[in-house]
Design a binder for this molecule. Structure first.
Ligand code: KIV
Ligand code: NA
Length: 266
């Protein structure tokens, strides 16, 4: 497979081929995921919970994301590599966001992701004008979990939905290339996707209409303990090894069978 690029991801969107993304934190999994056909790897700040055992993503530092990005970059050959800007690494001002993004790009990321809408549009413009592809993230934004009052579905009210749509538009206008929509009602995610064809929308608990899907690796491999969100499916339960589970995820996303319209959306 040739290395994925933004150009290729946009071609996939235009032709209706779904984009399969998973989180990834180390070289060994990067190798397996890349060879199994995962289009995009996300070095998510979920590493705080998944790898470090933290209660939220808030304690994760820029150095930690950069370290895991270097690990993933060494194992990856063709997947598009995205790294999360962690809490506190981009909120202060545009210059801080640029310096943090440079650190992640130099660690091997091809795109950085930041959470939130409104004030972030100015940051997104600043970064994209300087050659850094940006993925935005709306809906349930885990770095704001304490402000949001828990891990709950966002954009349920008319007011909340209108706000999310306006923020998505602003982020698209500011030059964001990709947008993760987490825990939002499926019809709202569908509407944001059709209203902003220049955005590659990636859903997680957001229905089937987005250009692609993402899950946390350890969730879809059945490793995560405790109560899992309803949108998670354990692909390892249906496969004989990790690579087969990942291949099944990719094929289910590409076929539009994951998420299941009834069971995995709100
Ligand atoms: O950190 C993460 O894993 C994420 C995805 C769930 C989108 O941001
Ligand atoms: Na994240």
């Amino acid at each position: 497979r040739k290395p994925l690029s933004l150009f290729r991801l946009r071609e996939m969107q235009a032709s209706g081929e779904k984009i399969a993304m998973l989180t990834c934190y180390d070289a060994s999994f990067a190798r397996v995921l890349d060879e199994a056909g995962v289009d995009c790897l996300l070095v998510g700040d979920s590493l705080g919970m998944v790898l470090q055992g933290q209660a939220s993503t808030v304690p994760v530092t820029l150095d930690e994301v950069a370290y895991h990005t270097r690990c993933v970059a060494r194992g990856n050959r063709t997947a598009w590599l995205i790294a999360d800007l962690p809490f506190g690494s981009y909120q202060a001002n545009r210059e801080q966001a640029l310096a943090s993004s440079v650190a992640l790009m130099q660690a091997g990321a091809q795109m950085v992701k930041l959470e939130g809408g409104g004030w972030t549009a100015e940051t997104v413009r600043f970064l994209t004008e300087r050659g850094i592809p940006v993925c935005a993230h709306l809906g349930l934004t885990p770095q704001s979990v304490f402000a949001l009052g828990g891990y709950r579905v966002q954009g349920r009210s008319d007011e909340g939905a209108a706000k999310l749509r306006a923020q998505a538009r602003e982020l698209a206008d500011a030059g964001a290339a990709m947008l993760v929509l987490e825990l939002v009602p499926a019809p709202l995610a569908a509407r944001v996707s059709t209203e902003n064809p220049q955005l590659l929308t990636i859903g997680i608990g957001a229905g089937t209409a987005c250009a692609g899907q993402v899950l946390v690796l350890h969730d879809m491999l059945g490793i995560t303990r405790g109560k899992l969100p309803r949108f998670v499916r354990n692909f390892m339960a249906e496969a004989h090894d990790v690579e087969a589970a990942v291949r099944l995820y990719v094929s289910e996303v590409k076929a539009g069978r994951f998420p299941h319209p009834e069971h995995h959306s709100y």
